[in-house]
Write a protein that binds this ligand. Structure first.
Ligand code: PAF
Length: 276
């Protein structure tokens, strides 16, 4: 497995692979890789000749008081995971933007609600880094997790709008044994907070189970979730159309239930598919 830290060298490698007719698969990450990332890597591995994983903690997608300075890293463990999963190349640049970088990718509408409401510059940062990574890595396919449900929808939109010839693949959310959605940020949680975090998936699963027995509207879903949730602050709890991401009031077709909540200083997100 190669490790490349230089953006122009990365692009030369990618262009030469494409010239040779190789299919490039890509999994962009911010490192501190876990089983959730491994599942994305496995999907990409099965669909390409050459698999690239990027590791870059992107300053542009963090707000002023967010955890950019404390975001966890572990290069050795990341390399082990990538070797085990058959990654061909890790792209781990120290910096990614030129000093006079002045182009930002801004997707409207989809980014204005949900996570975008409390993190107003977040998706612009995500789309800008993903666009630049796509330019450097030249992927045919790229895999993103459904855990960041809104991020996946926003990336699909910008790739479509900018006519990028890249197949965006969504991968199912992976949970720990206690139900908590896997996230690099889970390592901020102390044992008591971990128990609080479990109530998020417990609430989602209860709604899913209740829907199997009886019809529920969004009002009763909110009530049910609030009875179970034990978090420090609920950022949002929304039932949305899975494609358009607009709120629905009745669960009469497949719907996505999304939650963002604070446990201590940690903001956690989770979601589940609801079927009537
Ligand atoms: O999902 C993430 O880890 C990040 O938002 C991404 C897509 C790697 C962009 O920095």
């Amino acid at each position: 497995m190669k490790i490349c830290t230089d953006p122009s060298q990365m692009q030369s490698i990618a262009l030469s692979l494409r010239e040779q007719g190789k299919t490039i698969g890509f999994v962009p990450t911010m490192g501190f890789l876990h089983e959730g990332h491994a599942s994305l890597i496995r999907i990409a591995r099965s669909k390409c000749d050459f698999l690239i994983v990027s590791i870059f903690v992107n300053p542009l997608q963090f707000g002023e008081n967010e955890d950019l300075d404390t975001y966890p890293t572990d290069h050795e463990s990341d390399e082990r995971l990538c070797t085990t999963e058959g990654v061909d190349l890790i792209f781990r640049p120290l910096s990614l933007y030129d000093t006079n970088h002045n182009t930002y990718v801004n997707v409207k509408q989809l980014t204005e609600r949900l996570c975008g409401a409390s993190r107003p510059t977040h998706f612009q940062g995500v789309c800008t880094v993903v666009a630049r990574l796509f330019g450097l890595v030249q992927p045919n396919i790229a895999v993103f997790g459904e855990k960041d449900y809104q991020q996946l929808a926003v990336i699909r939109q910008f790739v479509r709008d900018l006519a990028m010839p890249i197949d965006i693949i969504g991968a199912p959310l992976i949970r720990d044994e206690d139900g908590v959605a896997l996230s690099s940020r889970n390592q901020y949680l102390n044992p008591d907070q971990r128990i609080q975090a479990q109530t998020i998936s417990q609430a989602l699963f209860s709604v899913q189970a209740e829907l199997k027995k009886t019809a529920l509207d969004v009002h009763s879903i909110r009530q049910l979730v609030r009875q179970i949730l034990d978090v420090d602050e609920l950022d949002y709890l929304e039932c949305i159309d899975p494609v358009l991401l607009v709120p629905v009031t009745n669960i009469d077709k497949p719907t996505r239930l999304l939650i963002a909540a604070w446990v201590g200083q940690t903001r956690l997100i989770d979601n589940i598919l609801l079927e009537p």
